[in-house]
Each structure stands twice: as C-alpha cells, then as structure tokens.
Write a protein that binds this ligand. Structure first.
Ligand code: AMP
Length: 216
C-alpha cells in the first residue's frame, strides 16, 4: 500500500493524475476540494459555511479539512490514498502525519507538480468537466468532439467551476504561495519530495509519477 500527496498550485493537474492513479493502481483519491464542493451542492450546514470562502478563492479553516480527511481515512484503501489538495498548510501536514501514524501507515511520496503561472491561467480559465462521469476537458487543448456533449458518456451536463475565473485564480495562487508552498521545503527536509514537470502531456506526467511510485 502506497500513500502519496499530489502537491501543486491550482491547475497543476492534480485531479487529472489522481483519477489516472485510481484506475491504474486501485488507489483512492481524497480531494478535500471535491468533498467541500459536494457539501455545497447538497446544501449542508458545512456547505453553507464554506461557500463564500471558496467562491473568493481563500482557504477554509484547517479544522474543517482535517475533520473531512480523518472521516474518509476510516475506510481503508486497498491500493493506498492519493491526497489531492490536502494538506495545504503546515498545520494540515502535521495533522496528516499524526493520522497516518495512528493507523501505523506511512507517507510514501510527495509529488510536486511544477507549472508556471502564465500556463495556469490559460489552463484554468478554459477548463470544464462532465458532471456525470467526471471527464476533464479544455476549450483549447481538449475540447469535446461534439460541442456540449461528453465524449466518454454522452452527457450534456458539462460544468465549469465557479472559482475558475481569472480574478479568483489570483487569490487562489496567492493562497498557494503564502500557505501551501512552504510544504515543499517541509517534505524536502523529510526526504519525501519528488518533482515532476506538470506542464508536460498528461501521459508523460503519469509516467513520471509512476516512476516515483515504483521506487517508493
Ligand atoms: P480545489 O478543488 O482543491 O482547488 O479546492 C477548491 C477550494 O476548496 C479551495 O480554493 C479552498 O477554498 C477549499 N479547499 C480545498 N482543500 C482545502 C484545504 N486542504 N485547506 C483549505 N481549503 C481547502
């Protein structure tokens, strides 16, 4: 069993790679962003509390996301967990270390997906997903074959994230540099960090990640 973190700014491709790892290795993606979005969609108390914060592109409190991850980690994952979008602060990183230690598990790799800001803006502002099967598309680099129809499942329920605008992206990037990028040093110091070029083709990135995992 291999537990890994995918680390990188919004738009680095963490979600895309997490989905590939789930299929290829039977790992389980734990995305705090997806959990929070689900809470908003369901209109839960938690969803109401975080909606405004997320729409602005700011981080929600550490206690909220640590609680979400703790609950999900109770179901053991056969192939291990892929932490996607978590941890995002040093406090969250410490909490994850404690949670893994409590169940006698290890963190086997932290993969930093490196990308530059200009590329992120282009990537993020053009992306959309299928609300039915989760397939990921982009206006310029990966449009659907038939406009408005998902290539994979034929659904017309294609969605854009409310926080994928240029304005919100600025806040999200600033949050990343201020609060999340210190984790690069933190995991480097622990000898757990590996970097991959997040701007390469998704298949090339997947191979680079596979190489890291096979060594872990
Ligand atoms: P994501 O889908 O990972 O880009 O997350 C979307 C939004 O959810 C972020 O912009 C934050 O507002 C919130 N969020 C997701 N994960 C975390 C986290 N680990 N810590 C704090 N806020 C988070």
């Amino acid at each position: 069993m291999v537990n890994i973190i995918l680390l990188g700014p919004p738009g680095a491709g963490k979600g895309t790679q997490a989905k590939r790892l789930e299929e290829a290795r039977g790992m389980v993606q734990l995305s705090t962003g997806d959990m929070l979005k689900e809470a908003i969609a369901k209109g839960t108390e938690l969803g109401k509390r975080v909606e405004g914060i997320m729409a602005r592109g700011e981080l929600v409190t550490d206690d909220i996301v640590i609680g979400l991850i703790e609950a999900k980690m109770k179901d053991r994952a056969r192939g291990g967990f892929i932490f996607d979008g978590f941890p995002r602060t040093l406090k969250q990183a410490d909490a994850l270390g404690d949670l893994l230690a409590r169940t006698g598990e290890t963190l086997d790799a932290v993969i930093e997906m490196q990308v530059d800001d200009a590329a992120l803006v282009a990537r993020i502002t053009g992306r959309f997903t299928c609300g039915n099967c989760g397939a990921v598309y982009h206006d310029l680099t990966r449009p659907t074959k038939v406009p408005g129809v998902c290539d994979v499942c034929g659904s017309t329920n294609l969605k854009r994230r409310a926080d994928d605008t240029e304005e919100t992206l600025k806040t999200r990037l600033m949050e990343y540099y201020k609060k999340t990028s210190p984790l690069i040093g933190y995991y480097h110091a622990k000898g757990q960090l590996s970097a991959v070029d997040g701007l390469a083709d998704a298949g090339v990135v997947a191979s680079a990640i596979a190489k890291v995992l096979d060594k872990a």
